[in-house]
Design a protein around this ligand. Structure first.
Ligand code: HAM
Length: 420
Protein backbone atom coordinates (compact mmCIF):
# COMPACT_ATOMS: atom_id res chain seq x y z
CA UNK A 1 0.00 0.00 0.00
CA UNK A 2 1.35 3.43 -0.90
CA UNK A 3 1.53 5.67 2.14
CA UNK A 4 1.95 9.36 2.78
CA UNK A 5 5.66 10.31 2.44
CA UNK A 6 7.69 10.25 5.65
CA UNK A 7 7.49 13.51 7.58
CA UNK A 8 4.29 14.64 5.84
CA UNK A 9 0.69 14.27 6.90
CA UNK A 10 -2.87 14.34 5.63
CA UNK A 11 -4.98 16.91 7.40
CA UNK A 12 -8.38 15.27 7.59
CA UNK A 13 -11.70 17.09 8.14
CA UNK A 14 -11.53 16.27 11.87
CA UNK A 15 -8.45 18.49 12.01
CA UNK A 16 -8.79 20.87 9.08
CA UNK A 17 -11.33 23.08 10.84
CA UNK A 18 -8.55 23.93 13.32
CA UNK A 19 -6.28 24.98 10.48
CA UNK A 20 -9.00 27.13 8.97
CA UNK A 21 -9.61 28.81 12.31
CA UNK A 22 -5.91 29.53 12.82
CA UNK A 23 -5.41 30.74 9.27
CA UNK A 24 -8.37 33.10 9.55
CA UNK A 25 -7.03 34.54 12.78
CA UNK A 26 -3.56 35.01 11.28
CA UNK A 27 -5.08 36.87 8.35
CA UNK A 28 -6.96 39.12 10.77
CA UNK A 29 -3.88 39.90 12.83
CA UNK A 30 -1.82 40.57 9.70
CA UNK A 31 -4.52 43.02 8.66
CA UNK A 32 -4.40 44.77 12.04
CA UNK A 33 -0.69 45.37 11.55
CA UNK A 34 -1.26 46.27 7.89
CA UNK A 35 0.74 43.43 6.33
CA UNK A 36 -0.39 42.27 2.88
CA UNK A 37 -0.22 38.79 1.49
CA UNK A 38 2.45 37.73 -0.98
CA UNK A 39 2.45 34.36 -2.76
CA UNK A 40 5.69 33.16 -4.29
CA UNK A 41 6.34 29.88 -6.15
CA UNK A 42 6.72 26.63 -4.26
CA UNK A 43 10.13 26.13 -5.89
CA UNK A 44 12.94 28.51 -6.73
CA UNK A 45 16.44 28.41 -8.22
CA UNK A 46 18.65 26.46 -5.86
CA UNK A 47 21.15 29.34 -5.92
CA UNK A 48 18.65 31.58 -4.15
CA UNK A 49 18.78 29.55 -0.96
CA UNK A 50 22.49 28.78 -1.18
CA UNK A 51 23.23 32.49 -1.34
CA UNK A 52 20.59 33.83 1.03
CA UNK A 53 20.31 31.15 3.71
CA UNK A 54 24.02 30.33 3.52
CA UNK A 55 26.11 27.52 2.10
CA UNK A 56 27.29 26.44 5.56
CA UNK A 57 23.85 26.04 7.15
CA UNK A 58 22.16 22.72 7.83
CA UNK A 59 19.19 23.85 5.77
CA UNK A 60 21.30 24.22 2.62
CA UNK A 61 23.75 21.38 3.30
CA UNK A 62 21.44 18.69 4.50
CA UNK A 63 17.79 19.57 4.25
CA UNK A 64 16.92 20.86 0.81
CA UNK A 65 14.71 19.04 -1.67
CA UNK A 66 16.75 19.85 -4.76
CA UNK A 67 16.12 18.46 -8.22
CA UNK A 68 16.93 19.09 -11.85
CA UNK A 69 14.04 19.91 -14.16
CA UNK A 70 13.89 18.70 -17.75
CA UNK A 71 15.79 21.81 -18.84
CA UNK A 72 18.67 20.83 -16.51
CA UNK A 73 17.99 23.73 -14.13
CA UNK A 74 18.64 23.11 -10.46
CA UNK A 75 15.51 23.91 -8.50
CA UNK A 76 14.69 23.59 -4.81
CA UNK A 77 11.39 23.26 -2.96
CA UNK A 78 11.49 26.30 -0.72
CA UNK A 79 12.77 25.45 2.78
CA UNK A 80 11.83 28.90 4.09
CA UNK A 81 10.05 32.07 3.01
CA UNK A 82 12.43 34.98 3.56
CA UNK A 83 14.73 34.37 0.58
CA UNK A 84 11.82 34.08 -1.92
CA UNK A 85 10.14 37.22 -0.54
CA UNK A 86 13.39 39.18 -0.71
CA UNK A 87 13.94 37.88 -4.25
CA UNK A 88 10.47 39.10 -5.18
CA UNK A 89 11.04 42.50 -3.53
CA UNK A 90 14.17 42.96 -5.63
CA UNK A 91 12.74 41.50 -8.84
CA UNK A 92 9.58 43.60 -8.64
CA UNK A 93 11.54 46.71 -7.67
CA UNK A 94 9.45 47.22 -4.57
CA UNK A 95 12.06 49.67 -3.27
CA UNK A 96 10.24 52.17 -5.50
CA UNK A 97 6.88 51.58 -3.79
CA UNK A 98 5.68 54.80 -2.22
CA UNK A 99 5.18 53.15 1.14
CA UNK A 100 8.22 51.75 2.90
CA UNK A 101 8.70 49.42 4.58
CA UNK A 102 6.83 47.05 2.30
CA UNK A 103 5.03 44.85 4.80
CA UNK A 104 4.31 41.35 3.52
CA UNK A 105 3.05 38.08 4.96
CA UNK A 106 2.83 34.54 3.64
CA UNK A 107 1.08 31.39 4.75
CA UNK A 108 2.54 28.54 2.79
CA UNK A 109 4.10 25.08 2.89
CA UNK A 110 7.87 24.78 3.31
CA UNK A 111 10.00 21.68 2.76
CA UNK A 112 13.00 20.45 4.71
CA UNK A 113 14.50 16.99 4.67
CA UNK A 114 14.75 16.66 8.45
CA UNK A 115 14.64 13.72 10.82
CA UNK A 116 11.01 13.18 11.67
CA UNK A 117 10.21 14.00 15.27
CA UNK A 118 7.34 15.47 17.24
CA UNK A 119 6.92 18.99 15.89
CA UNK A 120 9.34 18.42 13.03
CA UNK A 121 8.00 17.64 9.60
CA UNK A 122 9.37 17.46 6.08
CA UNK A 123 6.48 19.55 4.83
CA UNK A 124 5.16 22.17 7.23
CA UNK A 125 3.17 25.36 6.87
CA UNK A 126 4.80 28.62 7.85
CA UNK A 127 3.10 31.88 8.57
CA UNK A 128 5.75 34.51 8.12
CA UNK A 129 6.04 38.27 7.84
CA UNK A 130 8.73 40.45 6.31
CA UNK A 131 8.97 44.24 6.66
CA UNK A 132 11.47 45.38 4.04
CA UNK A 133 12.77 48.84 3.22
CA UNK A 134 13.35 50.71 6.50
CA UNK A 135 15.77 50.24 9.36
CA UNK A 136 14.21 51.43 12.58
CA UNK A 137 13.99 49.80 16.02
CA UNK A 138 10.29 50.68 15.96
CA UNK A 139 9.79 48.16 13.18
CA UNK A 140 11.70 45.47 15.06
CA UNK A 141 9.35 46.11 17.95
CA UNK A 142 6.28 46.08 15.70
CA UNK A 143 7.28 42.66 14.42
CA UNK A 144 7.84 41.35 17.95
CA UNK A 145 4.57 42.86 19.12
CA UNK A 146 2.74 41.09 16.31
CA UNK A 147 4.42 37.82 17.13
CA UNK A 148 3.40 37.98 20.80
CA UNK A 149 -0.07 39.16 19.86
CA UNK A 150 -0.57 36.11 17.66
CA UNK A 151 0.26 33.60 20.37
CA UNK A 152 -1.57 35.44 23.11
CA UNK A 153 -4.68 35.80 20.96
CA UNK A 154 -5.00 32.01 21.05
CA UNK A 155 -4.80 32.10 24.84
CA UNK A 156 -1.29 30.63 25.11
CA UNK A 157 0.51 31.47 28.33
CA UNK A 158 3.68 29.37 28.60
CA UNK A 159 5.72 31.51 26.28
CA UNK A 160 9.32 32.62 26.46
CA UNK A 161 10.67 35.23 24.09
CA UNK A 162 14.44 35.07 23.72
CA UNK A 163 16.29 37.86 21.95
CA UNK A 164 19.85 38.71 21.05
CA UNK A 165 21.71 41.14 18.85
CA UNK A 166 24.03 39.80 16.17
CA UNK A 167 25.15 43.40 15.54
CA UNK A 168 25.82 44.99 12.20
CA UNK A 169 28.04 43.35 9.60
CA UNK A 170 31.19 44.97 11.01
CA UNK A 171 30.43 43.73 14.54
CA UNK A 172 29.57 40.30 13.23
CA UNK A 173 32.92 40.06 11.43
CA UNK A 174 34.82 41.11 14.58
CA UNK A 175 32.93 38.54 16.61
CA UNK A 176 33.61 35.80 14.09
CA UNK A 177 37.33 36.58 14.30
CA UNK A 178 37.21 36.25 18.09
CA UNK A 179 35.42 32.92 17.80
CA UNK A 180 38.03 31.56 15.39
CA UNK A 181 40.75 32.49 17.88
CA UNK A 182 38.80 30.91 20.70
CA UNK A 183 38.00 27.60 19.03
CA UNK A 184 40.99 27.06 16.69
CA UNK A 185 43.48 25.61 19.21
CA UNK A 186 41.08 22.79 20.14
CA UNK A 187 38.89 22.50 17.05
CA UNK A 188 39.92 18.85 16.60
CA UNK A 189 37.81 18.04 19.69
CA UNK A 190 34.70 19.15 17.79
CA UNK A 191 32.46 17.31 15.33
CA UNK A 192 33.26 17.27 11.60
CA UNK A 193 30.60 19.87 10.89
CA UNK A 194 32.13 22.29 13.39
CA UNK A 195 35.58 21.73 11.89
CA UNK A 196 34.14 23.03 8.63
CA UNK A 197 32.12 25.75 10.36
CA UNK A 198 35.19 27.35 11.85
CA UNK A 199 36.19 28.30 8.31
CA UNK A 200 32.76 28.99 6.83
CA UNK A 201 30.70 30.42 9.69
CA UNK A 202 32.19 30.13 13.19
CA UNK A 203 28.99 31.43 14.86
CA UNK A 204 27.27 28.22 13.89
CA UNK A 205 29.49 26.31 16.34
CA UNK A 206 27.56 27.94 19.18
CA UNK A 207 24.39 26.40 17.79
CA UNK A 208 25.78 22.88 17.22
CA UNK A 209 23.57 20.15 18.63
CA UNK A 210 26.50 17.72 18.95
CA UNK A 211 28.97 19.98 20.72
CA UNK A 212 26.60 22.14 22.72
CA UNK A 213 28.04 20.91 26.04
CA UNK A 214 31.70 21.36 25.15
CA UNK A 215 33.55 23.50 27.67
CA UNK A 216 34.70 25.90 24.94
CA UNK A 217 31.10 26.55 23.84
CA UNK A 218 30.28 27.54 27.38
CA UNK A 219 33.31 29.82 27.70
CA UNK A 220 33.01 31.31 24.20
CA UNK A 221 33.26 35.09 23.85
CA UNK A 222 29.94 36.89 24.15
CA UNK A 223 28.57 38.50 21.06
CA UNK A 224 27.49 41.54 23.02
CA UNK A 225 31.10 42.40 23.84
CA UNK A 226 31.89 42.69 20.13
CA UNK A 227 28.99 44.92 19.17
CA UNK A 228 30.12 48.36 18.05
CA UNK A 229 28.49 51.40 19.63
CA UNK A 230 25.83 51.74 16.95
CA UNK A 231 24.80 48.12 17.23
CA UNK A 232 24.67 48.35 21.02
CA UNK A 233 22.54 51.47 20.84
CA UNK A 234 20.16 49.81 18.38
CA UNK A 235 19.74 46.80 20.65
CA UNK A 236 19.24 48.96 23.73
CA UNK A 237 16.50 50.92 21.95
CA UNK A 238 14.70 47.75 20.90
CA UNK A 239 14.83 46.45 24.49
CA UNK A 240 13.64 49.74 25.96
CA UNK A 241 10.67 49.82 23.61
CA UNK A 242 9.80 46.22 24.41
CA UNK A 243 9.84 47.21 28.08
CA UNK A 244 7.51 50.11 27.33
CA UNK A 245 5.05 47.69 25.73
CA UNK A 246 5.38 45.27 28.65
CA UNK A 247 6.60 42.56 26.33
CA UNK A 248 8.62 40.14 28.45
CA UNK A 249 11.84 38.74 27.04
CA UNK A 250 15.12 37.16 28.02
CA UNK A 251 18.44 38.06 26.44
CA UNK A 252 20.44 35.01 25.32
CA UNK A 253 23.89 36.06 24.11
CA UNK A 254 24.37 32.67 22.46
CA UNK A 255 21.26 32.82 20.30
CA UNK A 256 22.57 32.69 16.73
CA UNK A 257 19.70 31.15 14.69
CA UNK A 258 20.10 28.58 11.95
CA UNK A 259 20.26 30.89 8.94
CA UNK A 260 23.15 33.12 7.93
CA UNK A 261 21.38 36.32 6.95
CA UNK A 262 20.77 37.82 10.39
CA UNK A 263 22.15 41.11 11.72
CA UNK A 264 21.08 43.11 14.79
CA UNK A 265 17.91 41.79 16.40
CA UNK A 266 17.47 38.00 16.36
CA UNK A 267 14.85 36.19 18.36
CA UNK A 268 13.02 32.96 19.06
CA UNK A 269 9.80 32.26 20.86
CA UNK A 270 9.77 29.09 22.94
CA UNK A 271 7.03 27.18 24.65
CA UNK A 272 7.75 26.02 28.17
CA UNK A 273 4.45 24.18 28.47
CA UNK A 274 4.74 20.77 30.05
CA UNK A 275 4.20 18.04 27.50
CA UNK A 276 5.09 20.20 24.53
CA UNK A 277 7.93 17.92 23.51
CA UNK A 278 11.65 18.22 22.95
CA UNK A 279 11.54 20.86 20.24
CA UNK A 280 10.41 23.95 22.04
CA UNK A 281 10.86 26.65 19.41
CA UNK A 282 7.56 27.98 18.17
CA UNK A 283 8.83 30.79 16.05
CA UNK A 284 12.06 32.43 14.94
CA UNK A 285 13.15 35.54 13.14
CA UNK A 286 15.29 38.60 13.02
CA UNK A 287 16.70 41.48 11.07
CA UNK A 288 18.66 40.94 7.86
CA UNK A 289 20.44 44.12 6.87
CA UNK A 290 22.97 42.85 4.36
CA UNK A 291 20.76 40.35 2.61
CA UNK A 292 19.29 42.49 -0.17
CA UNK A 293 22.61 43.91 -1.26
CA UNK A 294 24.19 40.49 -1.03
CA UNK A 295 21.55 39.35 -3.52
CA UNK A 296 22.43 42.23 -5.88
CA UNK A 297 19.42 44.18 -4.70
CA UNK A 298 19.09 47.76 -3.47
CA UNK A 299 20.61 49.09 -0.26
CA UNK A 300 17.56 48.16 1.83
CA UNK A 301 17.13 46.23 5.04
CA UNK A 302 14.43 43.95 6.41
CA UNK A 303 13.13 42.08 9.41
CA UNK A 304 10.65 39.28 9.86
CA UNK A 305 9.70 36.04 11.55
CA UNK A 306 8.13 32.73 10.72
CA UNK A 307 6.17 30.22 12.75
CA UNK A 308 4.73 26.87 11.81
CA UNK A 309 1.08 26.04 12.25
CA UNK A 310 2.08 22.50 13.21
CA UNK A 311 3.97 23.72 16.30
CA UNK A 312 1.30 26.26 17.14
CA UNK A 313 -1.21 23.38 17.22
CA UNK A 314 1.11 21.38 19.49
CA UNK A 315 1.40 24.34 21.86
CA UNK A 316 -2.39 24.70 21.96
CA UNK A 317 -2.73 21.02 22.70
CA UNK A 318 -0.05 21.16 25.43
CA UNK A 319 -1.93 24.00 27.15
CA UNK A 320 -5.30 22.29 26.72
CA UNK A 321 -6.73 25.06 24.56
CA UNK A 322 -9.53 23.92 22.28
CA UNK A 323 -10.29 25.45 18.95
CA UNK A 324 -13.99 26.18 18.48
CA UNK A 325 -15.71 23.76 16.13
CA UNK A 326 -17.27 24.94 12.93
CA UNK A 327 -20.96 25.80 13.37
CA UNK A 328 -22.10 22.98 11.09
CA UNK A 329 -24.73 23.18 8.35
CA UNK A 330 -27.93 25.25 8.30
CA UNK A 331 -30.34 22.54 7.18
CA UNK A 332 -30.49 18.78 6.88
CA UNK A 333 -33.24 17.27 4.75
CA UNK A 334 -34.52 13.85 5.80
CA UNK A 335 -36.42 11.90 3.17
CA UNK A 336 -38.98 9.08 3.38
CA UNK A 337 -39.47 8.08 -0.27
CA UNK A 338 -37.65 8.10 -3.59
CA UNK A 339 -39.79 11.00 -4.80
CA UNK A 340 -38.86 12.90 -1.65
CA UNK A 341 -35.16 12.26 -2.33
CA UNK A 342 -35.62 13.71 -5.78
CA UNK A 343 -37.43 16.76 -4.44
CA UNK A 344 -34.75 17.17 -1.77
CA UNK A 345 -32.11 17.33 -4.51
CA UNK A 346 -33.97 20.19 -6.19
CA UNK A 347 -34.51 22.00 -2.91
CA UNK A 348 -30.80 21.64 -2.00
CA UNK A 349 -29.82 23.19 -5.31
CA UNK A 350 -31.98 26.25 -4.55
CA UNK A 351 -30.83 26.53 -0.93
CA UNK A 352 -27.15 26.39 -1.77
CA UNK A 353 -27.47 28.92 -4.56
CA UNK A 354 -28.96 31.29 -1.94
CA UNK A 355 -25.87 30.75 0.24
CA UNK A 356 -27.53 28.37 2.71
CA UNK A 357 -25.46 25.33 3.70
CA UNK A 358 -27.53 22.17 3.47
CA UNK A 359 -27.25 18.43 2.97
CA UNK A 360 -29.28 15.22 2.82
CA UNK A 361 -28.86 11.47 3.11
CA UNK A 362 -27.54 9.70 0.00
CA UNK A 363 -27.58 6.19 1.40
CA UNK A 364 -31.31 5.53 1.63
CA UNK A 365 -31.11 5.10 5.37
CA UNK A 366 -33.95 4.85 7.87
CA UNK A 367 -35.28 8.10 9.35
CA UNK A 368 -33.55 7.46 12.68
CA UNK A 369 -30.17 7.04 11.00
CA UNK A 370 -30.77 10.19 8.97
CA UNK A 371 -31.50 12.15 12.16
CA UNK A 372 -28.24 10.85 13.64
CA UNK A 373 -26.47 12.01 10.53
CA UNK A 374 -28.04 15.46 10.91
CA UNK A 375 -26.68 15.54 14.46
CA UNK A 376 -23.22 14.50 13.33
CA UNK A 377 -23.27 17.26 10.74
CA UNK A 378 -24.30 19.66 13.46
CA UNK A 379 -27.37 20.80 11.49
CA UNK A 380 -29.15 23.84 12.96
CA UNK A 381 -32.49 22.87 11.34
CA UNK A 382 -34.04 19.78 9.81
CA UNK A 383 -37.09 18.99 7.72
CA UNK A 384 -38.58 15.60 6.89
CA UNK A 385 -39.98 15.12 3.38
CA UNK A 386 -42.59 12.39 2.76
CA UNK A 387 -45.67 12.02 0.54
CA UNK A 388 -47.75 14.58 2.49
CA UNK A 389 -45.03 17.19 2.38
CA UNK A 390 -44.60 16.76 -1.38
CA UNK A 391 -48.38 17.05 -1.93
CA UNK A 392 -48.78 20.19 0.19
CA UNK A 393 -45.31 21.62 -0.69
CA UNK A 394 -44.97 22.37 3.02
CA UNK A 395 -42.79 20.90 5.77
CA UNK A 396 -42.08 21.31 9.49
CA UNK A 397 -38.89 23.30 9.95
CA UNK A 398 -37.38 22.01 13.19
CA UNK A 399 -34.90 24.01 15.23
CA UNK A 400 -32.52 21.33 16.49
CA UNK A 401 -31.43 23.30 19.51
CA UNK A 402 -34.85 24.22 20.91
CA UNK A 403 -36.91 21.41 19.34
CA UNK A 404 -39.46 24.00 18.10
CA UNK A 405 -41.13 23.41 14.76
CA UNK A 406 -43.00 25.67 12.32
CA UNK A 407 -44.93 24.57 9.27
CA UNK A 408 -43.74 26.50 6.22
CA UNK A 409 -43.99 26.28 2.46
CA UNK A 410 -40.81 25.18 0.69
CA UNK A 411 -40.25 28.73 -0.52
CA UNK A 412 -40.72 30.12 2.97
CA UNK A 413 -38.24 27.61 4.36
CA UNK A 414 -35.66 29.02 1.99
CA UNK A 415 -36.63 32.62 2.85
CA UNK A 416 -36.59 31.97 6.60
CA UNK A 417 -33.18 30.29 6.53
CA UNK A 418 -31.80 33.04 4.33
CA UNK A 419 -32.95 35.66 6.82
CA UNK A 420 -31.48 33.73 9.73
P1 HAM B 1 13.40 29.08 11.04
O1 HAM B 1 13.83 29.26 12.45
O2 HAM B 1 14.21 28.18 10.20
O3 HAM B 1 13.33 30.54 10.40
O4 HAM B 1 11.91 28.57 11.01
C1 HAM B 1 10.89 29.32 11.61
C2 HAM B 1 9.89 28.43 12.27
O5 HAM B 1 9.40 27.45 11.34
C3 HAM B 1 10.41 27.59 13.42
O6 HAM B 1 10.47 28.33 14.59
C4 HAM B 1 9.34 26.52 13.50
O7 HAM B 1 8.16 26.99 14.12
C5 HAM B 1 9.03 26.30 12.05
N1 HAM B 1 9.74 25.11 11.53
C6 HAM B 1 10.98 25.06 11.03
N2 HAM B 1 11.27 23.81 10.63
C7 HAM B 1 10.19 23.07 10.89
C8 HAM B 1 9.85 21.69 10.69
N3 HAM B 1 10.71 20.84 10.12
N4 HAM B 1 8.62 21.25 11.08
C9 HAM B 1 7.74 22.11 11.64
N5 HAM B 1 7.99 23.41 11.85
C10 HAM B 1 9.20 23.88 11.46
C11 HAM B 1 12.96 30.79 9.12
O8 HAM B 1 12.44 29.99 8.39
C12 HAM B 1 13.15 32.25 8.74
N6 HAM B 1 12.78 32.40 7.33
C13 HAM B 1 12.31 33.14 9.64
C14 HAM B 1 12.44 34.58 9.29
C15 HAM B 1 11.55 35.33 8.61
N7 HAM B 1 13.47 35.35 9.57
C16 HAM B 1 13.24 36.55 9.09
N8 HAM B 1 12.08 36.55 8.49
Amino acid sequence: MIQVPRGTQDILPEESYKWQYIEKKLHEIAKNYNYEEIRTPMFESTDLFVRAVGGSTDIVNKEMYTFKDKGDRSLTLRPEGTAPVVRSYIENKMQHNVEQPVKLFYLAPMFRYERKQKGRYRQFVQFGVEAIGVEDPLIDVEVLSMLMNIYQSFGLKNLKLVINSIGDIESRNEYNKALVEHFSPRIDEFCNDCQTRINTNPMRILDCKVDRDHELVKTAPRMYDYLNDESKAYFETVKAKLDELNINYEVDYNLVRGLDYYTHTAFELMSDAEGFGAITTLCGGGRYNGLLEMMDGPDKTGIGFALSIERLLLALEAEGIEIPKDKGIDLYICTMTDEARNAAGTLLHKLRSRNISADMDYENRKLKAQMKDADRKNAQYTIVLGENELDSRQADLKNMETGETVKLSFDDIINTLEEL
